[in-house]
Design a protein around this ligand. Structure first.
Ligand code: GDD
Ligand code: MG
Length: 360
C-alpha cells in the first residue's frame, strides 16, 4: 500500500488578509477546496492512506473530508498543539503510518499545485535506492525556495533553504515540496520539538552521508503561497493547464458553478471561476479571476487576474487588475484598483475614490 503525509499547518496557512477564517487549503480553487486537488491527484497515483498533519484551524478539514471515503481514500488527521515545523509535523504523525521500515512514504507540502508524475517519483526512489527522493523544479528566481544542487546522476549535493547571499545561489533547481522518505528516516527525526526538514533534517542527512536523490520534473508547478498565485492556480486548473481529476465539470475557458448567475452579455473568460451564488452583472468582463461564494460583480465592471472574496461586491464600472478583495468588502462604483492592492475583509471603498487614469 502506498501512503502519504500531507503538510497543512504552520504559520502561513491562513490566506491573510483575504479570508481571515479560512485556512488556505480550504479556499476553493476551481470550485472545490484546494486540498481536494492534491488528495485526488494522490489517489489517482495509487495512494490509499493519507495522514493530514495540521496545526491551525485543523477542525475545518475533518468535517469536510471525513474519513476520505468520498475520494476513495483513507484519511487521518493529526493536530499539533503548537506548530512543529515541517520536520516535526512529519515525525509527529509517524505512529499513524502502516509502512515497514524500508518502505516508501510520500510527503507533500500542502500549498503546491503541480502536474508531478507521482508514480515516477516513487519509481525513481526505488530504482536509486535513496533514503529520500525529492521532486525538483527550475524557477527563474530561486530565492524564496530551497535550493537543491545535484551531481550528474541526480544525487543531491547540498540543500540551501532560502539563500541569503548571491554566493549561495548555486543553482536554479529548487525543492518542489514533494518527497519520498524511507520510513525509517521519518522515525529518526527528533520528537517533541519543532524541526525544519529543510533547515535541519536534509542538511544533517547529507552531512551524515545519506543518499538524497533529486528528480527534476519540469511539469506545471506553482506554490500557492500568495493570493495572486492562488488566483493563477485556480485559473490554470479551469483551463486544464494544471491537471486535476477534481475539477468539477470539463476544463474550459470558465467554470460557473450551478447556483451562480452570469448576465447573458457579460464576458467571463481566462479560467475565471464564478463561485456558488456569485453574480456577474450586465456588460461586466471577468478574466482570469476567482469569485468566491456570493461575490457580486456589478454591471460594467472589468475584473482581471483578481481574487474577489466571499460575499464581496465590486461596484458598477470599477476596473480591477491583480487585486485581492477580502471577504465581505465593498468596492464602490467607478474605482480603479491595480496590481498588488489588497482590500481588507469587510472594508468599504466609497464610489470613485481610487483611480490611476486622468480625470475625464
Ligand atoms: N503541520 C505543519 N506544521 N505543517 C507545516 C508547518 C508546521 O509547523 N510549517 C509549515 N507547514 C506546511 C505548510 O502548510 C506548507 O504546506 C508546507 O509545510 C511548506 O511550508 P511553507 O511555509 O509554505 O514553506 P515555503 O513555501 O516557504 O517553503 C517550502 O516550500 C518550497 C516550495 O514551495 C520549502 O519546502 C522550500 O524548500 C520549497 O522550495
Ligand atoms: Mg509554500
Amino acid at each position: 500500500m502506498t501512503e502519504a503525509i500531507l503538510l497543512v499547518g504552520g504559520k502561513g496557512t491562513r490566506l491573510r488578509p483575504l479570508t481571515v477564517n479560512t485556512p488556505k487549503p480550504m479556499v476553493p480553487a476551481a470550485g472545490v477546496p484546494f486540498l481536494t486537488h492534491q488528495l485526488a491527484r494522490a489517489k489517482a497515483a495509487g495512494v490509499e492512506h493519507i495522514v493530514l498533519a495540521t496545526s491551525y484551524l485543523a477542525e475545518v478539514f475533518e468535517p469536510h473530508f471525513g474519513d476520505g471515503s468520498d475520494l476513495g481514500l483513507s484519511l487521518e488527521y493529526v493536530t499539533e498543539e503548537e506548530p512543529l515545523g515541517t520536520g516535526g509535523a512529519i515525525r509527529n504523525v509517524a505512529s499513524r503510518l502502516h509502512s515497514g521500515p524500508d518502505e516508501p512514504v510520500l510527503i507533500f507540502n500542502g500549498d503546491i499545485l503541480t502536474g508531478l508524475d507521482i508514480r515516477a517519483l516513487v519509481a525513481t526512489h526505488a530504482d536509486s535506492g535513496a533514503d529520500v527522493s525529492l521532486h525538483l523544479t527550475r524557477v527563474e528566481d530561486p530565492r524564496a525556495f530551497g535550493l537543491v544542487p545535484t551531481d550528474e546522476t541526480g544525487r543531491v549535493t547540498a540543500f540551501l533553504e532560502k539563500p541569503q547571499t548571491p554566493e549561495e545561489i548555486v543553482t536554479d533547481q529548487i525543492n518542489a515540496g514533494a518527497y519520498v522518505f524511507r520510513r525509517s528516516v521519518i522515525d529518526s527525526i527528533p520528537t517533541g520539538r519543532p524541526v525544519s526538514v529543510e533547515r535541519e533534517t536534509f542538511p544533517e542527512l547529507l552531512a551524515a552521508g545519506a543518499h538524497l536523490q533529486g528528480m527534476v520534473d519540469s511539469t506545471y508547478w506553482l506554490d500557492l503561497g500568495t493570493p495572486q498565485a492562488f488566483v493563477r492556480g485556480s485559473a490554470d486548473l479551469v483551463l486544464g493547464r494544471a491537471p486535476s481529476p477534481a475539477v468539477p465539470g470539463r476544463c474550459g475557458d470558465r467554470l460557473i458553478l450551478p447556483s451562480a448567475r452570469v448576465a447573458p452579455d457579460a464576458k467571463v473568460t481566462g479560467g475565471t471561476v464564478v463561485g456558488a451564488h456569485a453574480t456577474v452583472g450586465e456588460g461586466a468582463r471577468v478574466t482570469g479571476s476567482t469569485l468566491l461564494a456570493g461575490a457580486t460583480v456589478e454591471p460594467g465592471a472589468v475584473v482581471t487576474d483578481s481574487l474577489i472574496g466571499a460575499g464581496a461586491r465590486i461596484g458598477a464600472r470599477s476596473v480591477l487588475t491583480g487585486a485581492v478583495i477580502g471577504d465581505g468588502a465593498h468596492v464602490g462604483p467607478d474605482n480603479e484598483l491595480r496590481d498588488g492592492i489588497r482590500i481588507w475583509c469587510d472594508a468599504t471603498l466609497p464610489a470613485g475614490t481610487v483611480r490611476f487614469s486622468s480625470d475625464q
